[in-house]
Write a protein that binds this ligand. Sequence first.
Ligand code: HEC
Length: 116
Amino acid sequence: MKITFYSIIVVSLFFGMVSCKKDKVTTTLDPNCTDTVYFNQEILPLITDNCSGCHGSGNSTGYTLTNHTNISSNATASLNAMRGDGFQLMPQGGPALNDSLIQKFNCWINQGKLNN
Ligand code: HEC
């Protein structure tokens, strides 16, 4: 009986520690994403300057990137393409965008792809 009692305590301590560790991980903010990213002032110009020339309406690439709706629905593919991660590196022919721009786009996705 005593042994069972102690095992329960040991086991719950163990899970307690594990869940604390987990909580800590999920609540850690990406230090690069503490500032709100604005779609109209930051993301739309980023895409317009670097992508919309080839991804405007009526293009044949399969990706139209011109407004909040289509940029949001292609956001993950676009991020991966900016990183050359599993997709062709974009802008096509390179060079890759500046890291800080890619990070900004990543933060906008993490913050819920707001139309702000
Ligand atoms: C110089 C023209 C050009 C520019 C600039 C450009 N793209 Fe592309 N993009 C293309 C073409 C052409 C394709 C289709 C390539 C193919 O299917 O072989 C493509 C394909 C893609 C794909 C799919 C890639 C894949 O591997 O399936 C994504 C996502 C994409 N572009 C996003 C972007 C983003 C985001 C930007 C801006 C950072 C951008 N593109 C800038 C021409 C361009």
